[in-house]
Design a protein around this ligand. Structure first.
Ligand code: VGL
Ligand code: ZN
Length: 191
């Protein structure tokens, strides 16, 4: 079953995961067509504004020598270094001034793929009486999947915005979608 964007209502939040330059074409960890999520998410930001629901945006924000980097034995090339150009949100992403930012990946000893991992985000959302979360961003099978799965574990209703995410690999994306659906994450229609 798909859900239409007109379903946005009080008690919902839009959660935009890691739409940063390093994950877009030309970036340090470029995801194919990663920047195509931007116009889609901009429509959802507009819908969120109309529905007067909060917008959260997470960002990967690594120190030099982060354990997720290849030189440290991790799986990734260096990316989203704190205060670097590549760590900036995509400049065309029309984040409202009221956007609440969630910074993650700052630990020296372990990675945090999920925006819920040791950030206090679940408590923050509960404090604002949020029960449903609409998720999009990058990368589908990495931080988007980890975030959506944690949101389910924390008891939220979760919708993945269908066209607002892109995977590192096509197979990884399919596999993630399967896992998400098994965990009760629903797929939303496009805005
Ligand atoms: C991500 C790889 C490494 C993501 C973050 O945001 O999906 N992927 N760090
Ligand atoms: Zn990272």
């Amino acid at each position: 079953m798909s859900v239409t964007p007109s379903s946005l209502q009080s008690g919902d939040a839009l959660l935009i995961v890691d739409v940063q330059l390093d994950f877009c074409p030309g970036g340090a960890l470029a995801i194919a067509a990663g920047d195509e999520v931007v116009p889609v998410l901009n429509r959802w930001i507009e819908l969120a504004r109309h529905a007067e629901i909060p917008v959260y945006a997470s960002r990967d924000w690594h120190p030099a020598g982060h354990p997720s980097f290849e030189a440290q034995g991790g799986p990734w090339p260096p990316h989203c270094l704190q205060d670097s150009d590549g760590a900036r949100f995509h400049p065309d992403l029309a984040l409202p001034e009221s956007t609440i930012k969630v910074t993650k990946g700052v630990r020296f000893d372990q990675d945090q793929n999920s925006a819920f991992d040791q950030t206090g985000l679940a408590q923050e959302l509960q404090r604002h009486d949020i029960s449903r979360i609409w998720v999009g961003g990058l990368a589908e099978e990495v931080c988007v999947a980890a975030t959506a799965l944690d949101a389910r574990r924390e008891g939220f209703e979760v919708y993945l915005i269908n066209d607002a995410t892109r995977p590192v690999t096509t197979a990884g994306g399919h596999e993630a979608r399967q896992r998400l659906m098994e965990a009760g994450v629903r797929m939303s229609a496009d805005a």
